[in-house]
Design a protein around this ligand. Structure first.
Ligand code: PXL
Length: 287
């Protein structure tokens, strides 16, 4: 019997201000009863979304060095979880982590862009190489922009029919992962939704979201973290999607109610306790 919490190696940047990446991944997974071992890919004074000149320290060499240490210790991980990366070399080091722990759940949040555009630091060669991570992943969590980039198709700004939504999910799963979740999809039914596919069960799922006219950095990181924590504590894909959607929605609504500056991220600290009750989740249905 496994008598300790599941352990995750989280390979992401550490942004001091603005509530994204490791600053939100750590509290989210810890509250869900999962141990996080942060492996910072870079240290930034804030995220890069409109807060001026960011102080940045690259940590590329730390990634393989940390892996060597963990191998010497004989440390086990139940999950390797990657996100925002700074260079092609960092992609190689993530691949080394995945191959060192072949039994671990491989979660790849293919952070590359949003609202139809690539983030400034995500060059085309980098975007192409990200598909190597997707190939070895068990779970991927692209937003619609990233889903289109991975499939090398133009950004879809139109609403999606259920048939189109299922086809996007299936095509992404053909790249490798068993579980595909696309966030922030506008369906032809008028709903904004998160959609998912479980390849081994051939089941497609939809969880609808309440729309608010605002967007905050870090919500993708929080969504992927809750999804990961839910998987690691035994939830099925639609239950995990329901929990992640519920939590992100609560964070967004709370923050919006304070008219807080969107660049500062969501008020995660006010809502973390929601995660301690595993039945807090949105309803789901077949897509
Ligand atoms: O949440 C994604 C993210 C992570 N890390 C950094 C970012 C962003 C999005 O802007 O700037 C540094």
């Amino acid at each position: 019997m496994n008598q300790r919490p599941a352990r995750v190696a989280a390979i992401h940047d550490l942004s001091g201000f603005g509530r994204c990446s490791l600053s939100v991944i750590l509290p989210t997974l810890s509250t869900m009863g999962v141990q996080v071992c942060p492996i910072p890919t870079a240290i930034l004074s804030s995220h890069t979304g409109g807060l001026g000149d960011v102080e940045f320290r690259d940590q590329t060499s730390f990634i393989p060095a940390s892996l060597e240490h963990y191998k010497r210790l004989g440390l086990e991980f139940e999950c390797i979880y990657t996100g925002f990366l700074g260079s092609e070399e960092q992609i190689d080091h993530c691949l080394e982590y995945f191959s060192a722990y072949p039994q671990a759940l491989a979660v790849v949040d293919p952070v590359m862009g949003d609202h139809g555009k690539a983030y400034r630091t995500y060059t085309e060669p980098m975007r192409n190489r990200l598909s190597e991570l997707v190939q070895v992943a068990d779970v991927i969590t692209p937003n619609l922009t990233e889903a289109c980039m991975l499939l090398k198709i133009p950004y879809i700004s139109d609403v999606l029919t259920r048939v189109q939504a299922r086809s996007l999910l299936a095509k992404l799963s053909e790249l490798g992962p068993n579980y595909v979740v696309i966030t922030g999809v506008q369906l032809a039914t008028g709903e904004m939704a998160n959609i998912g596919y479980d390849k081994s069960n051939n089941s497609y799922w939809v969880v609808s979201c309440d729309y608010l006219p605002v967007s905050y950095p870090g919500t993708g990181d929080i969504f992927a973290s809750v999804l990961t924590g839910a998987f690691l504590t035994g939830d099925s894909l639609p239950i995990a999607m329901g929990r992640a959607t519920y939590f992100v929605e609560r964070c967004i609504k709370t923050t919006f109610s304070y008219s807080s500056d969107p660049r500062f991220g969501v008020m995660l600290e006010r809502e973390l306790s929601v995660l301690t009750n595993s039945s807090n989740g949105k309803d789901f249905s077949l897509l």
